[in-house]
Design a protein around this ligand. Sequence first.
Ligand code: SF4
Ligand code: URA
Length: 197
Amino acid sequence: MPMETERKMKKLEEKIRTCRKCPLGSLRRNAVPGSGSYDAEIMFVGEAPGYWEDQKGLPFVGRAGKLLDELLGEIGLSREDVYITNIVKCRPPENRDPTEDEIKACSPYLDMQIDIIRPKVIVPLGRHSMNYIMKKFGFSPEPISRIHGKVFEARTLFGRIIIMPMYHPAAALYKPPLKEELRSDFHRLKEILKYNL
Ligand code: SF4
Ligand code: URA
């Protein structure tokens, strides 16, 4: 990994930790920039930090995170192999959905993270993340129930990128049938990785 990558990411994370660009900045305990490898070929993008993420300053450390770890493990990956972040870096009160304005204020950070890490595969988790990532790469958002597990290929300034939207792990915890869908999407992801990394 170029030294430049680490320096840029550390600087960006610092900026996020002290950001006050939207009202969520004054409600948080900790901003949650992201975690994992700056060298990752796969990037997971969730929605926003919840209670435990806000407490710890790390993404996906609550129940949804346990499920994410379990599914990563099933396909031979650990958190250290991937980069995990969210579209919104501070916790919305009562875990409500992030607003359009909050997404607008915060998403430039995600854009910068993508530009620095240059992943080969992006997995948006859930509807909000899928909407943002699909639009960013020139695709029309569709219901997550229809496009989860499908492969979209886009061109970027740094090369080809694959997007595979999935259900949000928290949704899968509430609805057990979705958990099996999410699991089978992870196994599809493993197949896709074999041919694309
Ligand atoms: Fe800044 Fe994003 Fe936190 Fe808003 S949610 S204060 S834009 S880091
Ligand atoms: N849900 C998310 O979308 N992100 C987290 O970091 C934790 C739970």
